[in-house]
Design a binder for this molecule. Structure first.
Ligand SMILES: Nc1nc2c(ncn2[C@@H]2O[C@H](COP(=O)(O)O[C@H]3[C@@H](O)[C@H](n4cnc5c(=O)[nH]c(N)nc54)O[C@@H]3COP(=O)(O)O)[C@@H](O)[C@H]2O)c(=O)[nH]1
Length: 910
């Protein structure tokens, strides 16, 4: 059980582990934050460095552009100066010379965007020879404006006849550059000029050098204009020029060159798409003074250049840093999870060990033996306690299952194996069984075995079963004791009332099954009370034990003898094949019980009254059988004791009658069906009525007069006698008060008081005394008539009430004297005032000398004891005379008057 609970706890704990959260494990997050911030720092620094580096690179690139441009123009300048030198070297340059020279320039590398190299000379050319370079003697600057200046020679580079078709005077800005070159005797560059080139317009510029007819060093501008012969110039397609020079750079930077020499800035060149560059990261502007013009070179970084920043180390660092951060975070989470799992596993392991220790402790502490059965091998491991329970050493028992089976009590084997089989078949959820096992010393121990299969094969076969053995011997013994106490009479060891009911029920079933009748014999010992009272309860107990033995000897082992309580025994004679055996056994029992009982020093005699009834002849239920046998027993008692009475239908009839009377009696008092009659008691010496006996009468509406001899016992059985007895007493007291007034204060009325009234706790003498006081009666107005049987009762209740009556002056008469135990000892012990000689002795007094002698003895004895005697049932004058002669004090009987109603009593003439 402990392991199961632990398993549940472990599963619960495992279930609580969350790999990705919970339990306040913040440090993986801390690692992530640190890594990310380090990554950011690294990335930021690197990015800064890279940005600076790229900025420097951009600066270099910008510088390079300017340098390249300057260098290119310088090369072009030199090349043009070479052409100028050609003219300087001779007075006239033939076209062939010019073309030959300029053609040789094509071998040079740097002529990107160069359209043509040409010479424009002043007209008129000297006819007829086509010689040029001869001085123009009388020319002036105004003349230059007026004169036609055609392009004389032209060497095409990429633009065929581009220079031939050019007019150097248009546009004016171009001609200005020609003039400035002339005036400064130096290279000049024109502003950008739009030209028609094949199908499209192109921006061009010219680099110009003047050609003079004389040396012009240190000459004035006027002199220079005077000697001007013409100009050599190179025309460039700016876009091609720039594109070719900067073909590497323009993918990454945007170049915009503006000619700012004049008030209105002119765009020289702009890389394609430069206008789309918005918010460049890097920008620079430089100024270039070149051959008479001032250029602003603006360079801006393009996204392609800036992208280099993202491709560099900072990006790598950012990526790697992020990756490392996430990796470290995941690893730390895994590590945290692993740590937590390991901790939980350790806790679980600890719990398991603890649980197992507790489990073992609980088992060992409880003193249970443990067994572990390998079903496949059919071997059992048994704990030391298991073996010591049976008084064996550890080595004394082999591991075989049979070693256990052999020790099972033969009566228990089949039950044990059946329980085991039921469990294995799945009919029960636990193997549990109580059986006896043989100990080493030969004794038996009760074992409570419990077990469960703990391992199964894949196909469902049980492989291993474990369980415990608990020594329940003591429990069984106390159970047995309790059972015995509950079902057996401790004094006689016979089955008690409860067990008797069980047995009777079983015997009835058996009788039905076998078709054989059974008999019930109900015995009540006669005079047992006297034995108890005279010899004491110990002797009474001995008698009961001996009586039980004697009854048992008279029946078969299969029959049942039970004690129902007191001196009542009952016998079940079962499986009766011969009904005659009933009478034989019953007689044998009566005979045995009527034999003397030796009780130590004393000898006692009892007899038994026995009722018999048969199943199924007389009744077919337990209740009715018991009623029958009870009636039969009472019938035997009533018939004079020491006899057998078989249940008869008339008994049943009587019982039925009794029941009807009981019901009617309950109503009788309320419906005033009861009446008190008074029978006079005559003082024999004077012949006067000095007393009266109150006798109850019942006028039943249907039955007429019902005898008190019939209904008083019923009233006693049902307890109605309490109410009825009090009512009679009150009636009698009212009556005696009246008659005392008429007949004198000595007049007394005697009232019969049943033993039941005496014994009942609810009836107290105080109530009667109070009532008499209320009426103003003295105690002597009442005589209480009791029977001898009451005096046999030694209970405090009875003697207390009798003493209280005596103290109150109430007199006591002992009724029916001579019919019972007639012990003189009782007369001495209790204060009795009158003895009433039973009418059965009076009846034959005149014919039976013995009865007369008995009456004379009673009278003499009573007088000696100071008691008065009342003779009952005097019916004749002779009886009256004999009794009077014997000294009897009072007489009562039909000779004087039967009991009569009060009004009639008053008319009696005594
Ligand atoms: N506890 C109570 N018992 C009562 C009460 N009333 C009556 N009883 C008892 O009932 C028994 C029967 O009584 P009853 O039928 O009334 O018989 C009494 C007399 O009528 C009868 N008797 C009187 N004189 C003669 C006679 O000359 N011949 C004759 N055959 N019978 C006679 O005897 C009975 C007197 O009984 P008792 O003196 O009490 O012995 C009887 O036992 C009553 O006690 C009651 O209220 N309470």
């Amino acid at each position: 059980m402990g392991i199961q609970a632990s398993d549940r706890s472990l599963l619960h704990k495992i279930g609580k582990i969350k790999p990705w959260g919970g339990d306040g494990k913040l440090w993986p997050w801390l690692i992530l934050v640190i890594c990310l911030s380090v990554t950011y720092q690294l990335w930021h620094q690197t990015r800064e460095q890279e940005s600076l580096k790229l900025e420097a690179e951009f600066g270099l690139k910008s510088q390079l552009v300017v340098n390249e441009l300057e260098q290119y123009l310088a090369v072009q300048d030199r090349m043009l100066r070479g052409v100028q030198s050609l003219f300087k070297a001779s007075n006239s340059v033939e076209e062939e010379e010019f073309l030959a020279y300029t053609d040789s320039l094509k071998n040079l590398d740097n002529h990107q965007g160069l359209l043509c190299v040409a010479f424009a000379g002043l007209e008129p050319p000297p006819p007829p020879s086509k010689r040029v370079g001869q001085p123009l003697a009388d020319t002036s600057p105004l003349d230059i404006e007026k004169r036609h200046i055609p392009v004389v020679y032209s060497q095409p580079f990429s633009g065929s006849d581009a220079c031939i078709r050019q007019d150097i005077k248009t546009p004016a800005s171009r001609f200005t550059a020609f003039k400035q070159a002339m005036q400064n005797a130096d290279t000049h560059i024109t502003p950008p000029i739009m030209r028609q080139n094949r199908a499209s317009n192109i921006a061009t510029l010219d680099m110009i050098l003047p050609v003079y007819s004389n040396r012009i060093k240190d000459q004035s501008i006027a002199q220079r204009e005077h000697h001007i012969q013409g100009w050599v110039f190179s025309s460039f397609d700016i876009a091609t020029l720039m594109g070719e020079i900067f073909q590497q750079e323009i993918s990454e930077i945007a170049i915009h060159i503006t000619d700012i020499s004049e008030s209105q800035a002119l765009s020289v060149y702009q890389t394609p798409g430069a206008d789309k560059v918005k918010n460049p990261r890097y920008e620079s502007s430089r100024y270039l003074e070149i051959h008479g013009r001032v250029w602003s070179v603006h360079i801006a970084s393009k996204p392609a250049f800036e992208a280099a920043l993202d491709r560099h180390r900072s990006s790598l660092i950012a990526g790697a840093g992020l990756a490392v951060s996430v990796l470290l975070y995941l690893l730390s989470r895994l590590f945290a999870y692993r740590t937590q799992t390991l901790k939980t596993m350790r806790d679980m392991h600890k719990d398991l060990i603890l649980s197992e220790q507790r489990w073992k402790f609980a088992l060992e502490g409880s003193g249970d033996g443990v067994w572990d059965w390998d079903i496949e091998k059919n071997e059992v491991i048994r704990s030391s306690r298991w073996k010591t329970m049976l008084g064996m050493e550890d080595w004394e028992m082999g591991p075989e299952l049979e070693a256990w089976k052999e020790r099972i009590h033969p009566e228990d084997v089949s039950r044990v194996l059946s329980d085991l089989e039921k469990y294995m078949n799945g009919e029960t959820t636990q193997y549990i069984n109580e059986h006896r096992l043989l100990c080493k010393d030969g004794s038996w121990k009760w074992i409570l075995a419990r077990g469960m299969v703990v391992d199964w094969a894949a196909d469902g076969r049980p492989l291993r079963m474990v369980g415990t053995h608990t020594d329940i011997t003591k429990l069984k013994e106390s159970e047995s004791l309790v059972w015995k106490q509950a079902n057996f009479d401790q004094l006689t060891e016979l089955p008690n009332r409860r067990m008797f009911y069980d047995r009777l029920a079983q015997e009835i079933k058996k009788s039905n099954r076998l078709g054989l009748p059974l008999a019930l014999l109900f015995l009540d010992l006669d005079h047992f009370k006297e034995v108890n009272d005279t010899l004491g309860h110990d002797k009474g107990d001995q008698l009961l034990q001996e009586a039980a033995r004697r009854i048992n000897h008279c029946v078969r082992d299969t029959d049942t003898v039970a004690r129902l309580g007191g001196d009542e025994f009952i016998v079940i004679l079962s499986e009766l094949e011969d009904l005659n055996s009933i009478d034989r056994i019953a007689q044998a029992i009566l005979c045995k019980l009527s034999a003397s009982f030796k009780l130590g020093e004393d000898i006692a005699f009892v007899s038994a009254s026995m009722g018999i009834t048969l199943y199924p002849t007389d009744a077919n239920s337990i209740d009715n059988l018991l009623k029958n046998v009870d009636q039969a027993m009472y019938s035997a008692k009533a018939s004079g004791r020491n006899r057998i009475s078989y249940f008869t239908p008339s008994m049943q009839q009587a019982a039925h009658q009794k029941m009807l009377i009981t019901n009617d009696l309950r109503l009788a008092l309320q419906e005033q069906q009861l009446q008190v009659h008074y029978q006079p008691i005559i003082h024999l010496a004077s012949g006067t009525i000095q007393k009266a006996e109150a006798l109850l009468r019942w006028h039943h509406p249907q039955r007429g007069m019902v005898s008190p001899a019939e209904f008083i016992p019923i009233a006693e059985d049902t307890g109605l006698i309490m109410e009825i007895g009090d009512w009679v007493f009150e009636q009698a007291m009212v009556q005696v008060k009246k008659w005392q007034q008429q007949r004198g204060a000595h007049f007394q009325i005697s009232v019969n008081k049943s033993p039941v009234q005496f014994k009942n706790d609810s009836s107290t003498h105080d109530q009667w005394l109070d009532y008499m006081k209320q009426l103003g009666l003295v105690g002597q107005s009442l005589v209480v008539e009791i029977t001898e049987g009451l005096l046999l009762d030694t209970s405090q209740n009875v003697s207390k009430k009798l003493l209280a009556f005596r103290d109150a002056g109430i007199q006591v008469a002992l009724d029916d004297f001579g019919t019972g135990y007639s012990s003189l000892a009782y007369l001495r012990r209790f204060d009795i005032d009158y003895i009433k000689i039973d009418q059965s002795f009076v009846r034959n007094i005149s014919t039976q000398p013995d009865d007369l002698a008995l009456c004379e003895s009673i009278i003499a004895m009573a007088h000696k004891l100071g008691l008065s005697v009342i003779a009952e049932g005097i019916e004749t004058e002779e009886q009256c005379a004999l009794l009077k002669a014997a000294g009897c004090d009072y007489g009562q009987g039909y000779w004087f008057s039967p009991a009569v109603p009060a009004d009639k009593f008053e008319t009696l003439a005594f």
